[in-house]
Ligand binder design. Structure first.
Ligand code: ADP
Ligand code: MG
Length: 245
């Protein structure tokens, strides 16, 4: 469902991704870990063309992004974005819209869905993330965990084929992390294809099919959570995991 082949990306003279290849099969969850600055966000951003890779190839649900440093044509880009839900550390909800209006917006604006139908869809998704009672309030009144769950519902409203998460719980108070991870875990169990950048090793252990370790723009190691956490083969992995505890 997600295929990344030999991807390179530089910012100026800094090479940030160096020959990165990974595959996420349908309905699987890959968790990407690694030190700050190792290229995790850039890799995710290349997958929905928030950044354009310089070389290599990325395929999302058989849609090919040839990485030649050029952005995709608009039509392709919109189709890709619709299929690729992204959730960031900062929630980026529209402050002047209620929770349900935030979730309905893309189906109405991008897909031209009738408002009544979009509201119904949005209410179903808010129920799924446990926020149906917050449908008509503004984001400023939500906790961080509630905002992030609303952001997940908003991403799901486009019925994406894959979900990309970039440190979705890093900005949250510790007591709010669990409710967001629980929503993500449920999504994974329901068969969503997911690529998740996170420092939550408990989540990685429990939910990931594959854990990928990045350092200095390269994948240094990947394997099952069991293998990575109990029997890492690379010193970079051991060093990173040691530094976390
Ligand atoms: P991570 O998410 O693993 O912390 P990033 O992908 O954000 O790493 O960043 C990798 C490297 O690329 C860092 O050195 C960062 O400073 C650099 N970088 C990221 N985005 C940009 C940008 N838009 N312009 C210049 N350098 C960038
Ligand atoms: Mg990052």
């Amino acid at each position: 469902m997600i295929e990344i082949r030999n991807v390179y990306k530089s910012f100026g003279s800094t090479e940030v991704l160096k020959d990165v290849s990974l595959t996420v099969p349908p309905s699987r969850t890959t968790v990407v870990i690694g030190p700050s600055g190792s290229g995790k966000s850039t890799l995710l951003r290349c997958c929905n063309c928030l950044e354009t890779a310089d070389r290599g190839e990325i395929r999302i649900n058989h849609r090919t992004i040839i990485a030649d440093g050029k952005p995709l044509p608009d039509k392709e880009l919109n189709a890709l974005r619709a299929e690729t839900g992204m959730v960031f550390q900062s929630f980026n909800l529209f402050p002047h819209m209620t929770t349900v209006e935030n979730v309905m917006r893309a189906p109405v604006v991008v897909r031209g869905m009738a408002k009544a139908e979009a509201r119904e869809l949005a209410m179903g998704l808010l129920r799924k993330v446990g926020l149906d009672d917050k449908a008509d309030v503004y984001p400023s009144t939500l906790s961080g965990g509630q905002k992030q769950r609303a952001a997940i519902a908003r991403a799901l409203a486009m019925k994406p084929k894959v979900m990309l998460f970039d440190e979705p719980t890093s900005a949250l108070d510790p007591e709010l992390v669990g409710e967001v991870l629980q929503v993500m875990k449920t999504l994974a169990e329901e068969g969503m294809t997911m690529m998740v950048v996170t420092h939550e090793m408990g989540f990685a252990r429990e939910v990931a099919d594959t854990v990928v370790v990045m350092a200095d723009g390269r994948i240094v190691e990947s394997g099952s959570p069991e293998q990575i956490f109990t029997n890492p083969t690379q010193e970079r992995t051991r060093g990173f995991l040691r530094a976390l505890v």
